[in-house]
Ligand binder design. Sequence first.
Ligand SMILES: Cc1cc2nc3c(=O)[nH]c(=O)nc-3n(C[C@H](O)[C@H](O)[C@H](O)COP(=O)(O)OP(=O)(O)OC[C@H]3O[C@@H](n4cnc5c(N)ncnc54)[C@H](O)[C@@H]3O)c2cc1C
Ligand SMILES: CC(C)=CCC/C(C)=C/CC/C(C)=C/CSC[C@H](N)C(=O)O
Length: 486
Amino acid sequence: QHDDNEDMLPRIAVIGAGLGGTSAAFHLRQLFGPNLQIDIFEANKVGGRTALIDIGGKEYEAGGSIIHKKNKYMVDFASRFNKSANEPSSGDMFFGLCDESGIFFQTSRWEVISLAKLFWRYGLDLYSSQHWTRSLVGEKFERIYEFQEQGIAFTTLRDMLEAMSTDFLNMTRHSLQDVLSDAGLSQRFISELAMAAMRANYGQTTEAHGFVGAVSLVGAEPGLWSVRNGNKQIAEALLKESQANLIEAEVSSVALLNSSKENENVSYEVTYKHTNSDGNITASSKQYDLVIMAAPIFGSKTKVSFVNFPHDVTPFTQDYHTTVAMFVQGTINASSFQAKTRSELPPDLLTTSAGVFFNAVGQQSPVVPDTAAGNVLDTESAVWKTFFNKVPTEEQISQLFDSRKELKLVEWLAYPEYKPKMDLPPFVLYNGLYYINAIESAASAMEMSVIGARNVALLIANQWHGHVDKINEINLPDRHNKKYDL
Ligand SMILES: Cc1cc2nc3c(=O)[nH]c(=O)nc-3n(C[C@H](O)[C@H](O)[C@H](O)COP(=O)(O)OP(=O)(O)OC[C@H]3O[C@@H](n4cnc5c(N)ncnc54)[C@H](O)[C@@H]3O)c2cc1C
Ligand SMILES: CC(C)=CCC/C(C)=C/CC/C(C)=C/CSC[C@H](N)C(=O)O
């Protein structure tokens, strides 16, 4: 246990200034007060995987774009920082499903007709699956907010999921296909709607684990929103409010300095490369008591090496999926989808089969919505985002678009490859070394990174203040052991 005397506070390094790193800094400031020294390293741009892209003179979300209305922390941050929301367009139930032979099902621009068509094709599955997703973002998922409000933190992702619901942990062990099938949903629902959601949101299939599958279905519900002017503004505002010291540099190593025993007080040397005022790249080092990794660790692609530890502190694997987001201003090729005219096509085309070379294509609104734009679906100024698992060929692009004024590609190491029974990494890699992005093995989403960040901030505060009773300790009278509570 330590006191909050200024000289006694830990010196903290945060590696990464995406939503995870900046919200960790924000929560640490709330927990420790104004005297805490926080350095936050960023190799690229504040916001990380929330970033903007300029197409035709307007800005669009290039990475994390949609937020669920029950994503409490994102909603609270937007309100705290006076950011308004871009409301979903009224046409967000208007979509088509495609396989190798083109569109095989489509809804309508009229919501009531869409509902009727969906009911005709999927019957009561629509309602069962909605009930399930509501329970995910509802009561069970909300437990994490209650725990965090009470100051409770978890050392591993496994413990966190289990505390929220044993069902959640179970869902990481089975495929989405099996979880939905056990729940009585039809194969048609699974191989069409659930598959389309997994391909559009995570570039993966219903062989991914059931927890990320459920998050993906939540992310396919109507009524999602985004931050006007760009989601990355939340990370920027968190950084500002945290008063952390931003160091624009790439961290190359984190070295354990003075301990070989895990329970002793440790300190770390963080080495980073930065560009001098004369344009030369130099390496510098700084010492810290605690280090927070707020960026994914994925084997040899990770730029940070962890040195001097008595054992491997990253023995888990987190393989990351490549998603290529292609932005095109131009006209979509209606004939490729067996449509006579472009105006017949829905603004979102989702795919259900590995035989289709793209995962989803959808018309985009800029981050500052164009009120005068109306329906620009069949005009050359429409902007489309297409997701692929690899860079498309020129021939594939021409198959999708018959004319284009501008085209830009962004290649992301986007989110983990999700498999049943995959490693669920710990939030604590070593005494004083924390890992926020462990949470992405459950599901990658903006809200998830913020939850992971608050968990790490609470862990640090609980350990610092000796509140061991608030670490992995929960008292839930209603713990149940059902397989999946659908
Ligand atoms: C194409 C795409 C679409 C998505 N869509 C959605 C969506 O619609 N809704 C949703 O909720 N989520 C979405 N996500 C997921 C969401 O964007 C991420 O889960 C979330 O933004 C991750 O935040 P983070 O801070 O944990 O990581 P990141 O945003 O990746 O931040 C990590 C930061 O660390 C920096 N960094 C890495 N290594 C170093 C180093 N060695 N030294 C210094 N800095 C370093 C990086 O530059 C980066 O800025 C999407 C992701 C992608 C890629
Ligand atoms: C964390 C919880 C409970 C809910 C989050 C639901 C959500 C917003 C999921 C989306 C996740 C994601 C990685 C989406 C990527 S693509 C989004 C969209 N289809 C697009 O085209 O931009």
